[in-house]
Design a protein around this ligand. Structure first.
Ligand code: SF4
Ligand code: SF4
Length: 180
């Protein structure tokens, strides 16, 4: 058992009923993560995607989560209000079975960082831009077990190199670490 440590848990509560599918969150996120910052916007680079079904007035914002090296053994498929959605439509993972949450140029996985790359930011940008209050940011403090992080990082990096090749991963890391 590891030691207990206090940690701030950051949550974005999604109220699907308040989302009108305007996609301002996608625009804001992709612009924030552009290089240089705010130089362009392209929802395909966003770490939040809104699954839309305008005829049924259904809009579901989904955040990019962890990178998954392999597909799941099974698939999920949702039917909401009579509309059947594509397999894995609401999954957060960047995985080999689909193009969602992948950098369009490099194919490298995208993951929501809660905009932590900007220490001045009080609330994540997508939350600030959601004028309908469909996205609400909350923080709370919790005691958590200190996990062994190094191994996780190594395994994650090894998986990416395995899939995309060392050169591609190094180029992307270099590009991302360039100053704006
Ligand atoms: S900005 Fe808010 S209302 Fe607009 S699509 Fe995103 S979550 Fe929905
Ligand atoms: S919290 Fe920041 S990084 Fe995550 S989806 Fe929203 S704007 Fe993008």
């Amino acid at each position: 058992m590891g030691e207990k440590k206090k940690k701030i848990i950051k949550t974005i509560k999604v109220d699907v009923d308040k989302c009108n599918g305007c996609r301002a969150c996608e625009v804001a996120c992709s612009a924030f993560h552009a290089a240089p910052k705010y130089s362009s916007n392209n929802p395909a680079r966003s770490r939040i995607r809104v699954i839309r079904e305008p005829l049924k007035d259904i809009y579901v914002p989904v955040y990019a989560g962890e990178y998954a090296k392999a597909e799941c053994m099974g698939r999920d498929k949702y039917t909401i209000d009579g509309k059947e959605y594509e397999e894995c439509a609401f999954c957060r993972a960047s995985c080999p079975s689909r193009d969602l949450f992948k950098e369009p140029d490099s194919g490298l996985p995208l993951k929501c960082d809660m905009c932590e790359s900007d220490p001045q930011m009080e609330e994540p940008l997508c939350v600030q831009w959601c004028l309908n209050d469909a996205l609400i940011y909350e923080e709370r403090e919790e005691e958590v077990e200190e996990a062994v992080k190094t191994e996780d990082v190594e395994i994650g990096l090894a998986s990416m190199v395995d899939k995309y090749g060392l050169q591609k991963v190094m180029e992307t890391v270099a590009r991302m670490s360039k100053k704006d």
